[in-house]
Structure formats: C-alpha cells, structure tokens
Design a binder for this molecule. Structure first.
Ligand SMILES: CCCCC/C=C/C(=O)SCCNC(=O)CCNC(=O)[C@H](O)C(C)(C)COP(=O)(O)OP(=O)(O)OC[C@H]1O[C@@H](n2cnc3c(N)ncnc32)[C@H](O)[C@@H]1OP(=O)(O)O
Length: 411
C-alpha cells in the first residue's frame, strides 16, 4: 500500500509540477521546485523540532517562500509532512471527512494531517519552519557538492563518463583517431554501460568527442597478433565483439545515440539496438564491410532489414552505400536530424526534458519493447560474431586492412 501511495504521490508531484494539477498543494502553499522528483533528502534532515516554539507569521511565510526555492525534491514523505504541518498551522486539527478508499492521494494527505492530532497551531507553524530550514540547508549543501558528485569519471582512458540531470553520458574520446574503437575502448564502453545500467540516471547517451561520432573498429586491432597466432586473435576478437554487442542488447534503460558526426562500421550497426538516434546533419552512416572483406555485425543483419526493409539494408550492408543523415532518417535508422549549428543545444534540451519523465515507466516500456526479441538478437549476435571470426582470417580481409595502413584505401 505504501508503495502504491508513494508511486501515486510521485505522479501527483509530476502533475503538479507540470501545472496540470496544483491541487495537491494547499492553496497558498508554495509549489515545490519543478523537475526534481527523483532526489532524496537524508533522513537526518527530516528531523522536526517538536519543542522549539515562537516562529512568527513572518517566519512561516518566509518558510513557504523558501519551499519554492528548494533545488531538490524533498521526497513524498516530506511533502506529505509539509502539507500536514501547513494545514495544521493554518486550519488547526484535521476537520474534513476521510476520503474514500480509492482516493489514494487525498487519503494519504488526509492521514498525514490527521496524524498531527491536536498539535497546537503555533507548534505546527514552528515545525514547518524548522523542517523547511533543514531542507534548505540540505539542498544548498548538496547543490554545492554537485559538480564534484556529478564528475563520475571512473578509471577510463578512452571514454569520458559523466552523469548530470538524470542523464549518464558516455563520450568516445579519441578524437585524433576519429574515435576508432580499440580493444581497450570496447572494454571501457562495456564497463561504462554496466555502470550506467546501475546508476540512478534515467537515460544513457553514447556520443563522440570531436568531429566524428566514430570511425568504427580500430583497424590496428587486427595488427596486434598474440604469440598464439592469428586464429587465437580472431577467436578472441569474436568473443570481444559478441560481449560488446551483447551489452547493448541487454542494456536495461533508454539508450540514446547522439551522433555528432560521421559514423562508420560497428558504430553504425549497433544503432539498431538504441532507443533514440539523434544526428547532426553533418553525420553520415557507412558500413563498408564488403570493402574490408568483412560481414555485418551489431545485429544489423537482423535489425537493418526490419528497420529499413531488405532492399535498403542490402544497399548499406552488402554494397557499403554511405547514407547521409537525411537518408538515414528517411530509412528509419535515425530518429531525428538537427542542423549542426544547433545540434548540441537542441538535443540536450530534449533529453533533459525526457530525463524528467517517470524513470521506471521509461525503463519498463523499453524492456517490453526489447524483450520480445532479446533471444533472437543474442542468437543473431552469436552467428554474426562466429562468421566474422572466419572472415578475419580471409585474405580479402587481411588485404583490405593492409591497404588502409598503406594509405591506398581511404574510404
Ligand atoms: C573486435 C571487434 C571487431 C568489430 C568489427 C567492426 C568492424 C568495423 O567497424 S568495420 C569499419 C572499420 N573502419 C574503417 O574502415 C574506417 C577507416 N578509416 C577511414 O577510412 C578514415 O580514417 C576516415 C574516413 C574515418 C577518416 O578519414 P580522414 O578524415 O581523412 O582522417 P584520417 O584518415 O586522417 O584519420 C585520422 C587518424 O585516425 C586514424 N583512424 C581513423 N579511423 C581509424 C580506424 N578505423 N582504425 C584505425 N585508425 C583510424 C587514421 O589512421 C589517422 O591516423 P594518423 O594517420 O595517425 O593521424
């Protein structure tokens, strides 16, 4: 029951914030600061002085104004307490009939007020002032600490991971190499995704630093042959590929690609596993597998024909046709294209708004959509990886990679 009420009050708070229903707060009661419903206030801050007396009407009014300025959502329990104390301080003991059993929100509010019994108005006023004062100092200190707390850069060298406003951003960070994906980078992206899946953010974003989103697999990956030989290299690469793609298939939260520039190879194919793909109009989408003697991965042999139809998928995946952002949008691979000049501003504004939507609803909706074919995707991933393991040993593939490094074949 408490869970149901909690969830309903969260909805109530969202609605109130959106301005569709302010009835949850008593008339004249300061509205809570918008957009902060997921933050928690430490229990310590919730202590309410039951003995201190003497808050003036002016103190009380100041406290009501302070509530409007809170930087963090104090949580449902505190909001109910604020409501109850406000009612008690202004109207005295609860004097309205108990709402019906199905009117869960008003019932929770009524119960909070009624629980104050015959607490004198002056004490309620003082407790309200004390409670708000505790919240304000907690909100101030946590907002001062925020820049530090938001710098969640763990031990990554090739990606930058930050978390702010309910969004965890994983940024590929080898701009001088067009964000080509080294083996270390695959590992770090997997670790970052794992961390993002468990943090308290609502949305996870993958993007690139510099002028490229990513130029795909770093072709030097194929040049570091271990003492065990090329077969072992191909086998290990296939395992790495399978694990890498698997972490996108299994990612539990909404996943967004902010495609800040051209994308090549595996950075394109996994886009079929993202929930939103926003692209600058400077972006291109290129999967030159045949040119490299390779074959599709990232589950694209399954997702692309589903997304764009077999004819268009064949043009990209078999013949290596490079798509403009507009073409990728027309074919359903990209959600929306933005002018490069306003790309970052527009995309982040949009994502910040989305990140305020109810977190669990977003995650569950994503999971319903994706769970239908998770097994299928894992099977496709396994197959694509094993075919590539063979391909990487082919002379077609080895020649293509040698060509790249001898500068004969820039794509
Ligand atoms: C283990 C899992 C395997 C998963 C299988 C994945 C498959 C794929 O992803 S296939 C696609 C592989 N990618 C490519 O074939 C792209 C190769 N790169 C290029 O064609 C070009 O570099 C470019 C079109 C992406 C950019 O050209 P340009 O603007 O002329 O810039 P540069 O070529 O001078 O690049 C700057 C710098 O970066 C190096 N570099 C870029 N991409 C890669 C790459 N994919 N692998 C290795 N190195 C890359 C490039 O060599 C330059 O280096 P320096 O000369 O040292 O400055």
């Amino acid at each position: 029951m408490a869970g149901v009420v909690g969830r309903l009050i969260r909805c109530w708070c969202r609605r109130a914030v959106a301005g569709r229903s302010r009835s949850a707060l008593p008339s004249g009661h300061p509205a809570l600061h918008p957009g902060c419903c997921s933050l928690k206030v430490p229990a310590l801050q919730l202590h309410v002085s039951k003995t201190a007396m003497g808050a003036s009407q002016k103190d009380f009014e100041n406290a009501m104004n302070q509530v409007k300025l809170l930087k963090e959502d104090p949580g449902n329990e505190v909001k109910l307490k604020l409501y109850a104390l406000y009612k008690q301080a202004t109207e005295g003991p609860c004097n309205t009939p108990k709402p019906g059993v199905f009117d869960l929100i008003n019932k929770a509010k009524w119960e909070a007020w009624n629980a104050l019994g015959s607490l004198p108005k002056e004490t309620a006023r003082q407790n309200y002032v004390d409670l708000v004062s505790g919240l304000s100092s907690s909100s101030d200190s946590s907002s001062q600490a925020k820049p530090e707390a938001d710098r969640k850069q763990a031990e990554y060298e090739t990606v930058v991971m930050t978390s702010e406003d309910g969004i965890t951003k994983i940024m590929l960070n080898r701009p001088a190499k067009k964000n080509a994906l080294t083996e270390q980078m695959y590992q770090e992206i997997m670790l970052a995704l794992e961390a993002a899946s468990k943090d308290d953010s609502t949305i996870t974003v993958l993007t690139g630093n510099g002028d490229y989103y990513s130029s795909g697999n770093d072709l030097t990956n194929f040049t570091n042959i271990p003492p065990e030989g090329v077969e072992a290299k191909a086998k290990n690469s296939a395992i790495l590929l399978r694990n890498f793609v698997g972490s996108f298939i299994d990612f539990p939260k909404p996943l967004v690609a902010v495609v800040n520039g051209p994308a090549v190879g595996i950075s394109v194919t996994v886009l079929g596993l993202f929930d939103l793909v926003y692209a600058t109009d400077r972006a291109t989408f290129h999967t030159p597998f045949s040119h490299l003697g390779q074959t599709p991965e990232g589950c694209s042999s399954y997702t692309f024909p589903k997304i764009m139809g077999p004819a268009k998928a064949a043009e990209m995946l078999i013949f290596g046709k490079k798509l403009t952002a507009g073409e990728a949008y027309a074919q359903g691979l990209v959600t929306e294209v933005f002018p490069d000049s306003t790309f970052q501003k527009e995309v982040w504004t949009r994502l910040k708004a989305y990140s305020k939507l109810p977190q669990n609803a977003l995650r569950i909706s994503k999971q319903i959509i994706r769970s239908q074919e998770k097994e299928k995707l894992h099977a496709v991933n396994a197959k694509e990886s094993s075919i590539l393991q063979e391909r990487w040993l082919s002379s077609e593939c080895m020649n293509a990679i040698m060509n790249f490094f001898s500068q004969k074949a820039k794509l």
